[in-house]
Design a protein around this ligand. Structure first.
Ligand code: TXA
Ligand code: MG
Length: 355
């Protein structure tokens, strides 16, 4: 961690027509090796020049992140791929056509121009073309290749607003571009196309079904389903770390609605009697059933996009309220459930209480 505080400038460019001066200022910071946090449609990214090993090192430092956890390289046009990857498989082109710009990251064999510092020593590189005007303009103004992990301190929930980035990164990075709330709220789907079968290394907004529709087949990396297993290493190194964690202890409760409600209610009562501060993350349909220091209405069950968008903010909201124990309902919704529950179960240390 860098101990010398720097002054972090915050700008709020227009999200539809970002002001040239702001984008150029930010681009210049990245070109000279500095760090700029910026909005994307998934979560905020902490950007540095992907082709500059020094910038990647700075990113790891700012996040407090282990340097064997590789970064995603963000590009602003498909043509930019050629310079950094060895070959572009047919399947990658198909996915790019279907989902770029958008919340999909693909893994390719890298060319030497991408430094090992950026890929955590791997011979492959993760690439994404995000769907956010500020992000795209910034990438263009920075020379075309921005390495960007989520802009949180390592281990904290990813930021979906500039305020949350400021909380984690003020005094640590050069600039923050405020683009309002992230539209999706969960990180991109990661697909590895370097093997025979397309492998999903991290679930996200682009579901397995959507990928199968384009490619005919896709499988989840077996190492990311359920609890981490001895001897089964996730292909995305980041999936190993305890991520997305709030400071309080998170417990997910699953089962019939009435049983879940009464279980959580009685746990909250008992814990409060012991002087603990409790919170509940609940759907619009049930949140009035609970009594706790903080009861968060995460949205209607059928609005899975709304639940995804609000998830990380809910966890951070619990931290703001110094919550000791957080109970969450399960949100195994049809399309985004895999991604939502992947983040939530990780944050809960993989424990789900079945009632
Ligand atoms: O939506 C997103 O992807 C956001 C925004 C900012 O674009 N970024 C993001 O980055 O989530 P980060 O660093 O928090 O997560 C990157 C994930 C990690 O799990 C990492 O291990 C994996 O991508 N990854 C990166 N390069 C890889 C590679 N070459 N092979 C396998 N996994 C890789
Ligand atoms: Mg992250």
């Amino acid at each position: 961690m860098n101990n010398t505080e720097i002054k972090t400038e915050v700008y709020k460019p227009d999200i539809r027509e970002p002001e040239r001066e702001i984008i150029e200022k930010a681009g210049a910071v990245i070109k000279r090796g500095g760090l700029v946090a910026f909005p994307t449609e998934t979560v905020y990214g902490l950007g540095g020049n992907a082709l500059d090993p020094g910038a990647s090192k700075k990113i790891y430092e700012a996040k407090g992140r282990p340097s064997d956890n590789p970064l995603i390289v963000h590009i602003c046009e498909l043509e930019a791929l050629d310079r950094i990857v060895r070959e572009i498989p047919e399947n990658a082109l198909r996915l790019a056509q279907a989902f770029w710009p958008g919340p999909l990251t693909m893994i390719f064999n890298k060319k030497p121009v991408v430094p090992n510092e950026t890929t955590g020593g791997l011979d492959t590189v993760a690439v994404r073309l995000p769907d956010n005007r500020i992000a795209l303009e910034l990438i263009k103004a920075s020379g075309g290749y921005i390495a960007a992990p989520s802009a949180n301190r390592s281990g904290r929930p990813s930021p979906t607003t500039a305020e949350r980035v400021i909380e984690d990164m003020d005094g640590v990075i050069d600039m923050i571009l405020d683009g309002g709330q992230s539209v999706i709220g969960l990180e991109s789907t990661i697909v590895d196309l370097t093997a025979d079968t397309p492998l999903i290394l991290r679930p996200g907004y682009i579901s397995d079904e959507m990928i199968k529709k384009v490619l005919g087949s896709a499988e989840y990396d077996p190492a990311i389903l359920g609890k981490p297993k001895e001897g089964l290493r996730p292909r995305a190194p980041g999936m190993m770390y305890r991520h997305y964690a709030p400071r309080g202890e998170l417990k997910i409760v699953s089962g019939e609605e009435e049983k879940v409600c009464s279980y959580i209610r009685s746990c909250c009562r008992e814990l409060e009697a012991l002087g603990k501060r409790t919170a509940v993350i609940a759907s619009e349909e049930t949140f009035l059933e609970y009594e706790a220091v903080k009861v968060i209405n995460i949205g209607r069950r059928e609005d899975e996009e709304g639940i995804a968008r609000a998830l990380y903010e809910s966890l951070r909201d619990c931290d703001d309220n110094n919550i000791d124990v957080i109970f969450s309902e399960e949100f195994m919704t049809p399309r985004l459930g895999a991604a939502i529950m992947n983040r939530l179960t990780k944050a809960a240390g993989y424990e789900i209480i079945k009632v």
